[in-house]
Write a protein that binds this ligand. Structure first.
Ligand SMILES: *[C@@H]1O[C@H](CO)[C@@H](O)[C@H](O)[C@H]1NC(C)=O
Ligand SMILES: *[C@@H]1O[C@H](CO)[C@@H](O)[C@H](O)[C@H]1NC(C)=O
Length: 493
């Protein structure tokens, strides 16, 4: 009977141990970790039964999405779903699992490790968890004081900055006597690496100024010291430093500027060079184009002028010079086809229609419509004018042979070929014309002159308006012409 009872007790004891009544226990207080160091996140079961056969899961209960920090399951670590930032930094002490210790070792603590963790331990029949509040303390980098310039009253702007702290540190300015100076502006930003703090101050006196950043028992300090008791000297020394860097800056700037100037000039030079060669190209192109155009023009003139001449010649009229109109010195041949200076005084100057200064003569017939054309041989003569004239014009005196006065003519005088608009138009003819063709289109108001033999267009009066009869006009100059060569009306075409 005793045996049975003992056996039952044993069985009940075994049954009790199988039921695994335990609770998970974490630290009562937050765990403080120091950035860069290792930390143990305590967690155990009570009573201290083995958790080797259990599932131990550490996770971040304060994060929304992926939360797994470490998983122990089926006697091994299974961290494939672990939060990326914990990879390789978590460790369970496996031998300790037998004693109910599921504490997690987290190495190289980061600021981002700060937060709430749950240690969740699950057996086949039950589970429990404990929360671990981890605070990470990060000591930032030494503060840096920057001289930020002067304000209008001569005060010196200082800026002190320090980064990488957690939690937010205290920053204070102190003067040499250890008296706290209040910051003008304060800034604090948090990122994954902790807090960055930045304070500014304006100082008006020479002093040692401390910038002190404190976090609990950690303290980092920067100091800016004047070399003199005088603020101005300090200012000077500051200026010297600033100026030195500015001078370096200027030198660099000058060098850069010179470089820029040099390359600018080079650019300009090559630009000019480029433009020059472009202009040259353009010039060559234009010259080429011009010569092409000229050649084309000449080519077309070579075809046009003969055509024009041929056309003009179809309007050939029989010009018979009117001896009664001729200057008294002139001898007009009987057939009225030639005229020359006969060097004679006939005493007919007073006659009404005769030229009295110009050695001129008109054709007998005038034309008041359509086209007409005649040719005059000027070969060997050194002084001549020919063209057409209005019937009513003055033939007295040394009038100018211009359209204004009713003359449309070209001529040779003192070796120069010229037409006459309101003033002389000198004509450059490459060949001395031997025979000059005169073409008139009465309706179009056109009077054209051609060098017949070289088929050269000498001159044209265009857009004239004729309102009375036009007569052929031939002249040997004025006053006298010592050259006995006659001007001859040609009909041999
Ligand atoms: C469990 O804790 C008790 C005291 O609380 C201790 O005596 C015992 O050795 C511990 N067992 C293990 C396996 O650590
Ligand atoms: C975690 O601990 C910090 C102090 O380190 C505290 O300010 C914070 O409120 C705690 N969080 C929770 C959820 O207890």
């Amino acid at each position: 009977m005793k045996f049975i009872c003992l056996t039952l007790l044993m069985i009940s004891g075994i049954t009790d141990s199988i039921s695994e009544r335990y609770e998970v226990v974490g630290p009562a207080d937050p765990v403080f970790a120091v950035a860069g160091e290792d930390v143990i996140l305590p967690c155990s079961v009570k009573p201290n039964i083995s958790v080797v056969d259990m599932r131990v899961e550490w996770f971040r209960s304060d994060l929304k999405d992926s939360q797994l920090v470490h998983l122990y399951e089926n006697h091994e670590d299974r961290n494939t779903d672990q939060i990326q930032s914990y990879r390789g930094r978590t460790k369970l002490n496996h031998p300790e699992l037998q004693r109910g210790n599921a504490s997690l070792k987290l190495s190289s603590v980061r600021v981002s490790d700060e937060g709430l963790y749950k240690c969740f331990i699950q057996s086949k029949s039950r589970s429990d968890d404990a929360t671990v509040n981890v605070s990470v303390e990060a000591v930032g980098r030494p503060p840096v004081i920057t001289v930020d310039g002067f304000d209008h009253s001569g005060g010196l702007h200082l800026q002190c900055e320090s980064e990488g702290w957690n939690p937010e540190p205290d920053l204070e300015w102190l003067d040499s006597a250890g008296v706290s100076l209040s910051s003008e502006t304060t800034e604090a930003h948090r990122n994954t690496e902790g807090f960055n703090v930045k304070h500014t101050i304006t100082v008006h006196h020479s002093d040692k100024i401390h910038c002190r950043v404190k976090l609990r028992h950690h303290m980092l300090e920067a100091l800016i010291i004047s070399s003199s008791n005088m603020f101005n000297s300090w200012r000077t020394s500051v200026i010297v430093i600033v100026v030195l860097s500015v001078i370096a800056g200027i030198l660099i700037a000058v060098f850069a500027h010179k470089n820029r100037e040099h390359s600018r000039l080079q650019n300009e030079h090559s630009q000019l060079h480029y433009e020059h060669s472009q202009l040259q190209d353009e010039k060559r192109r234009l010259q080429h184009e011009f010569s092409l155009e000229r050649d084309q023009l000449l080519q077309s003139l070579k075809t046009i002028i003969p055509k024009a001449l041929t056309h003009s010649r179809t309007h050939k009229v029989n010009v018979i010079l009117d001896a009664d109109m001729a200057h008294p010195r002139l001898i007009v041949s009987d057939d009225g086809k030639q005229v020359r200076d006969g060097n004679r005084q006939t005493g007919v100057n007073g006659e009404k229609d005769r030229f009295d200064e110009y050695l001129g003569v008109l054709g007998k017939d005038g034309f008041s419509s359509g086209c007409f054309y005649f040719e005059v041989q000027v070969k060997g003569q050194t002084r001549w004018y020919l063209g057409v004239t209005r019937a009513s014009v003055s033939r007295k005196g040394s009038i100018s042979l211009s359209p204004e006065n009713g003359y449309w003519s070209v001529g040779l005088e003192i070796g120069k070929y010229r037409a006459r608009e309101s003033s002389y138009v000198y004509l450059s003819l490459s060949v001395d014309p031997q025979r000059v063709g005169v073409f008139v289109d009465y309706e179009k108001g056109l009077v054209s002159f051609y060098d017949v033999e070289s088929m050269y267009h000498i001159y044209s009066y265009t857009d004239q308006s004729f309102d009375e009869k036009l007569y052929p006009f031939v002249s040997l100059g004025y006053w006298r012409n010592e050259n006995p060569t006659p001007l001859i009306i040609c009909d041999d075409y």
